[in-house]
Design a protein around this ligand. Structure first.
Ligand code: 2P0
Length: 325
């Protein structure tokens, strides 16, 4: 029998200024500042239900499949932090589902851990403010800190970093066209890939030196609603992140042939005068930043190069759902 439960929804976000690499301190602290857009759609819905006092372990069901091993351990680590704050030892059952492909470079850990932090805090009777919630989410997955907020969001590199909102979702009519190139899982997770990059890529120091300037430019371009400046800096951030990862040994190459075809497709759109800019995360998919009015046309144009396109508009902050009585 469960005693208390809470359900939360959080949305994926796409980094326009990329986080890649962690500081060599405890707490999963990014080595580079990042700036993101939280997306409408692309959401994770997570329920945390406290188990009987006698239950020995947490349980996790992800997209209908019971999980053990590393995924469960990562969830239990966040629950342990919340239990320590709440002074409650009771284990919980976590049921989580994405409405988009898990672990394919579509940022499921961002929406997943933001939803988990909010649902778990509520189920255990805590009411952290948004900053504390973002900090909690960051310790599990840094990109999740950003999905706590809606719209345009920034995350720094301080030891206690929490995300802060830059502009709400309705502030600017832009869109992200997600062009998925495969529905398979990615071959190497971003946590491991970042660590390999830090340890072995000769370009890592250059990336650390360069990334803050791009993040500042991206932040300013958002405040100025300057799509061309934002897009060109966001594209540079993504390509420099991948260039740095390519320099790791063994190399980290997330791209497929379709990734390059999509990059060429975005260049062709720009030659025709359409403001469209590519960004790529830890996977082969290409996400195209564009004006809201161009999004459907761009999805149609690039659709034949992808297995699936999704038009995503700026989306809201993570939120609790009212429980059915
Ligand atoms: C980002 N990515 O800023 C960058 C760009 C992927 C590429 O944050 O180790 O799942 O859990 O903190 O947040 C993906 O990494 O990594 C990511 P952890 P996370 O969106």
């Amino acid at each position: 029998m469960t005693t208390r439960s809470a359900t939360a929804i959080a949305h994926a976000n796409i980094a326009l200024a990329k986080y890649w690499g962690k500081r060599e301190i405890d707490g999963n602290v990014p080595a580079t500042p990042s700036v993101s857009l939280t997306l409408g759609g692309l959401s994770t819905r997570t329920t945390v239900a406290l188990l009987d006092a006698g239950a020995a372990a947490d349980a996790l069901v992800l997209n209908g499949e019971p999980q053990g091993g590393k995924p469960l351990a990562r969830v239990s680590r966040m629950l342990d932090e919340i239990r320590a704050l709440a002074g409650v030892a009771t284990r919980a059952r976590v049921t989580s589902a994405n409405d988009f492909p898990t672990a394919s470079g579509l940022a499921s850990s961002a929406s997943g851990f933001a939803a988990l932090a909010l649902a778990a805090a509520s189920a255990y009777g805590l009411a952290p403010d948004r900053t504390a919630l973002s900090r909690l989410a960051r310790r599990a997955s840094a990109s999740a800190a950003r999905s706590v907020f809606g719209g345009f969001v920034s995350l720094g590199t301080e030891a206690d970093a929490a995300a802060t909102p830059i502009a709400p979702p309705e502030a600017w009519d832009v869109a992200i066209v997600v062009a998925a190139t495969t529905l398979d899982q990615k071959p190497i997770g971003s946590t491991e890939a970042m660590e390999r990059t830090r340890v072995t890529s000769p370009y890592y120091e250059a990336w650390l030196a360069d990334a803050p300037g791009l993040a500042r430019e991206i932040h300013e371009a958002i405040l100025a609603r300057d799509l061309e400046r934002l897009g060109s800096a966001a594209e540079a951030s993504a390509l420099r992140m991948h260039a740095c990862a390519l320099g790791a040994r063994p190399s980290i190459l997330y791209w497929s042939a379709a990734t390059i075809s999509l990059l060429r497709g975005v260049e062709a759109l720009r030659r025709e005068g359409v403001p469209a800019y590519a960004t790529i995360d830890a996977g082969p998919h290409v996400k195209i930043l564009c004006g809201g009015a161009d999004a459907e046309m761009i999805a149609k144009r690039l659709g034949p190069l992808a297995v699936r396109t999704i038009v995503a508009r700026p989306g809201p902050a993570a939120r609790l759902l009212e429980e059915a009585p």
